[in-house]
Design a protein around this ligand. Sequence first.
Ligand code: GAP
Length: 448
Amino acid sequence: MAAEMDVMEKIISLCKRRGFVFQGSEIYGGLAGVWDYGPLGVELRYNIKQHFWRKFVVERDDIYGLNASILMPERVWEASGHLDSFTDPLVECKVCHARLRADQEDEIRAHEEGHQKKGEKVEWSEPKVFNLLVETHLGAVENEKSKAYLRGEITQGVQVNFKNILDSMHPKLPFGIAQIGKAFRNEITPGNFIFRDREFEQMELQFYVKPDEKTSQEVFEYWKQFAMEWYLSLGFKEENLRFREHAPDERAHYAKAACDIEYKTEFGGWKEAWGIHHRGDWDLRRHSEYSKVDLSYFDEEAKERVIPYDIECSGGVDRAMLYVLLEAYTEDELGGEPRAYLKLAKHIAPIRAAVFPLLKNKPELVSKAREVYAMLKKEIPNIAFDDNGNIGKRYRRQDEIGTPYCITVDFDTLGEEKPEFKDTVTVRDRDTGEQKRVKIEELKDLLK
Ligand code: GAP
């Protein structure tokens, strides 16, 4: 277990050192469950989100994009059932007054063991129901009417815009609405780095189908497989992902059926990555009731109004990023030296390729390398230039952040002694360390 914990610690340290993830408001002592993403973290997240958007929206003709607001009035959360049911059971340790989730057995046990080492026996308070929604007030007067909530799931922004999408895009069932955005939960025990946060980002699809049990079950199966394939395409090994069906008593209040995609983590075994939920007509029916706006859909074929069923795919961006880092972190030996590097899938690596002049103090190499860099950057924006330190160190620096290729401009590129190599560069592969000579004009295709 100790060695396994090390991997997480090494990733946390790498993320801070290399500008992926910082503790939120760190110079003020940090805010629990809140993280800031640095230059490389932003790029990695952007690539994950863009890959989601591409596969779930852009490449399809039955899914519409949406960007709804984070702040929503109390009535929305009454209707969605979150005010009543979006709760965790909270227990308090009577020895040190720490508050933990009663249903998280591993954490409860670890807490008890901590006290046992000091000879203390833990007693717990009776579980209390604790609502996870983050409340705020809008406007100059703070009262019941000014109350609003930061959304606890991005889903509700889609449900309240269902009619807007019907009226503006005139979609035919089945169709979906996808969104990426921040969600907020007052988690009792945030932790495990960016695994469980109080502020986090979700990528979701709500896919609406005719309210028919058989069809909706088939669609549920379809999106389960689709989400799994999407997750695998981030570079996961098949054996590290699995489905887990929820038992009826662990489903969220809105779900008729639910299945998670789980990742085998280094820090705590199988943990949730995505949720695929059969939400039935729960949300649209409740919002119709509470808003008094008709959210039904007119089925032209059957000549009847129906409230569609909603099959949801819901994944966390932060969690995907954590799992991608855990999966990619690799230690090996290259050229007789130990190294640690991120074996990231090429399409999500924060930097696609780095261009170097072999030597920093040879102006002809530097200017040629700058030229290659500028040419590539026009086509593939996430290209870096580095001329700092010796070439071996530059390779290691790029390996550590997962850059798939390093391109070096050397004396052969200039073609002075070996005209046959003029306008070629070396391209080094991150995983194998192997180098090959490639014509500069062929680089764009190689990198794309
Ligand atoms: N709309 C459905 C929904 O929100 P969920 O299972 O509560 O379902 C979906 O959350 C996904 O959001 C999870 O699979 C996880 O990836 C991510 N997620 C949920 N709570 C999170 C938290 N506190 N920190 C980071 N990610 C979280």
